[in-house]
Structures are given as C-alpha cells and as structure tokens.
Write a protein that binds this ligand. Structure first.
Ligand SMILES: NC(=O)c1ccc[n+]([C@@H]2O[C@H](COP(=O)([O-])OP(=O)(O)OC[C@H]3O[C@@H](n4cnc5c(N)ncnc54)[C@H](OP(=O)(O)O)[C@@H]3O)[C@@H](O)[C@H]2O)c1
Length: 327
C-alpha cells in the first residue's frame, strides 16, 4: 500500500510517500481501507517531536510511529479473530492517537479503540473531525460544562475551536466566541450566541463574567483572562502557553487543591466517538473543511497546517493523487 513515511523527527520535507506492506489484522483488530484522513496539529507535533517531553513515549531519537495520521474514515476491509462488533464493508470513523498510521491507504487498529460506525448520509471527508472534537470534548467534560454555563472560547476557528463551539452548544452552554474578522460569520453559523472580532474589539474589556474560558489556540493566557472569570470560574488552554506557563500553573493550582486552571490530557474512547456520531446524525456537529490534499501533496499539507492559519480541518485523501477542488 502507499503510505507517507517519516523515519526521523524533522520538517515535512523528509516525508516520503512510498510502498509499504499492507497490514493484516491480528486477533481483536480490524483493517480499514481509508477514504479520508487529516493533517492535524497533533501530526505536526509528532512529526517534529515537539514538545520534546512527548519523545519519552513517542520514541527518544526517532519516532516509533513512522506513518502519522490520527483522524480516519473508511470501510472495514478485514477483521481479525474474535471481532464481532464490525464486519467487512462497514463504514467507520474515529481516531488512532496511539499507533497513528492514517496517512496511508490502510490502517490496522484494535477493535476496542476510539472508533464507531459512520452514520448514513455522512461523507467520509465530513467525518474526520475527531482530533479537534476529542480535545474540545475532553475539556468540556472535565470542566463539567452543562446547560446555562457561560463560556468563552478564544480562537474558535481552528479544529479544536470550531468543534468546541458546537459541542458546548450541544451541552446547552451559552457561548461567546472570539475570532478574527474572516471567521466572524463562521462562528455565528456554528451556533455561537455572541461573536467578538478580536481584530476590532478588545474582548478583555468585556463587561461580562464567565464560568469557563477555553483558549483553543494558545494565544491568550490565564493572567489576561482571569478578570473575565467568575469567582468559581475556570480556565483551560490547548497549548503550553508562553514559557510553558499552562503546565506550571496547572501544577501550582493542583498543589493548592484548586481546579482554577487545568491542562487536561485528551482521552478518547469508543463512547466519545459514538457521541460524535449521534451529534453528527442530529446535525449538531459538522466538519469545517479548509482545504483538501492528495497523499502525494502531503508535504504541502503539513506546510499549510504549520502556518497555524487553517480554518477547521485540512483533509488528506489517501487515495487521490491530488486534493482536487477545495470545498
Ligand atoms: N502538540 C499537540 O499535540 C497539539 C495537538 C493539538 C492541538 N494543539 C494546539 O492546539 C491549538 C489549536 O489547534 P487547532 O488545530 O485547533 O488550530 P490551529 O491550526 O492552531 O488554528 C488556527 C486558527 O487560529 C486562528 N488564530 C490565529 N491567531 C489567532 C489569535 N491571535 N487569536 C485568535 N485566533 C487566532 C486562525 O485564524 P485567524 O488568524 O483568522 O484568527 C486559525 O483559524 C494549537 O495551538 C495547537 O498547537 C497541540
């Protein structure tokens, strides 16, 4: 099968699209013929081995996962011994956050991993939103966001931010989204109750207080945002922040027994992916697709995602030579 191989940590230029052996399912595994995947910020971090502490688990001197790619959607091609939950031909989608491997034509995964059946009528490309949704849902779950909570999402235009707005609305929260001018209409379409254009309005001057603030793009900080928090309000960020402050602050607040700021590690399981499936079926969770690339264009796809300017997700078609029309 064709796959995008990165043998060492480094930039996108070292990725080689080449032939490797097609995986076969072992006991309790399924092999999926992929129809869509993404190039995500998680892939970018793994590609360069940054932040360096992730190399402790990902491989000290070279990545253990030579084929990256977390999000996937495709059809089950083969099942291993003891697999009853899926049959060949089933349309599935989900995440491969441990093995990676979705930047290829086929992916082999344990059947107990974070995946689910893809609802009828949802295209493969519209299903590869799980990487952002996974982070967003972990945060909303950890902070117990529910009906009536007032939340502010800073940077509601990336993969995590666009998912966070929709998932917070699905939980019944009242959402204020902070985005740049070019994303104001998008944030409204996603369901935000109020949209602040950070290029025209100082969101820190808002005369409102929030239960929860999520910095979804790592460009705000707790010290700036704390004045917008209610006395029992809480803050979380998806990035380390300047000087890795979000790590140090979460350790500090943990030490003093406070949950004011946390830096939750994303967790995914089949239940979370099944929830995404039912929200997709109900029209409450939709992919925001920026661009599509073919597998041969993977270097360009990484270079674009590394600009940190994408809107929502960037699709990689594992079969097509080129991405074709951008939707
Ligand atoms: N290391 C990891 O494994 C990992 C994994 C996942 C995510 N993350 C982190 O999570 C964050 C979000 O990732 P993502 O994939 O959702 O999105 P992303 O690629 O970081 O998001 C880009 C979006 O951010 C907006 N943006 C840029 N500058 C901004 C600013 N100053 N204020 C507000 N918005 C701004 C951009 O639109 P405008 O420029 O038009 O505003 C663009 O739509 C990133 O910081 C990423 O590093 C890290």
């Amino acid at each position: 099968m064709r796959a995008a191989l990165s043998r060492r940590y480094g930039g996108p230029e070292q990725i080689e699209v080449t032939q490797i052996e097609t995986p076969r399912p072992g006991p309790g595994e399924v092999v999926i013929k992929l129809h869509a995947t993404t190039v995500s910020r998680t892939d970018c971090g793994m590609l360069r081995g940054y932040p360096w502490f992730m190399r402790l688990s990902a491989g000290l001197f070279a990545p253990r996962a030579k084929v990256l790619g977390v999000d996937f959607a495709g059809t089950v091609a083969a099942i291993g011994e003891g697999v009853g939950a899926y049959a060949p031909g089933d349309r599935v989608f989900g995440l491969s956050p441990e093995r990676f491997g979705a930047h290829a034509e086929y992916l082999c995964l344990p059947v107990t991993g974070p995946m689910a059946l893809l609802p009828e009528g949802i295209e493969f490309a519209d299903a590869v939103l799980c990487e952002g949704a996974w982070y967003a849902e972990t945060y909303l779950q950890d902070f117990g966001i529910g009906p009536g909570d007032r939340i502010l999402i800073y940077g509601a235009s990336g993969a995590i931010g666009t998912a966070a707005v929709q998932l917070a609305k699905a939980r019944g929260a009242e959402v204020t989204a902070v985005v740049g001018t070019r994303h104001v209409d998008l944030a409204r379409e996603l369901g935000a109750d109020r949209v602040i254009d950070y290029q025209k309005e100082a969101y820190l001057a808002l005369d409102e207080r929030f239960n929860f603030i999520l910095d979804a793009v790592g460009k705000a900080s707790y010290f700036q945002c704390r004045k917008l928090l209610l006395p029992d309000g809480r803050f979380a960020a998806t990035d380390l922040g300047a000087g890795w402050q979000n790590i140090w602050l979460s350790l500090w607040f943990g030490l003093i027994g406070s949950t004011r700021l946390r830096f939750p590690m994303p967790r995914a399981n089949p239940v979370m992916i099944a929830r995404f499936a039912s929200l997709m079926r109900a029209g409450q969770l939709k992919a925001v697709i920026d661009r599509c690339y073919g597998l041969n264009e993977i270097v360009a796809a990484y270079r674009y995602v590394e600009t940190a300017q994408k809107t929502g997700i960037v699709i990689l078609d594992p079969v097509a030579q080129t991405g074709g029309e951008t939707p």
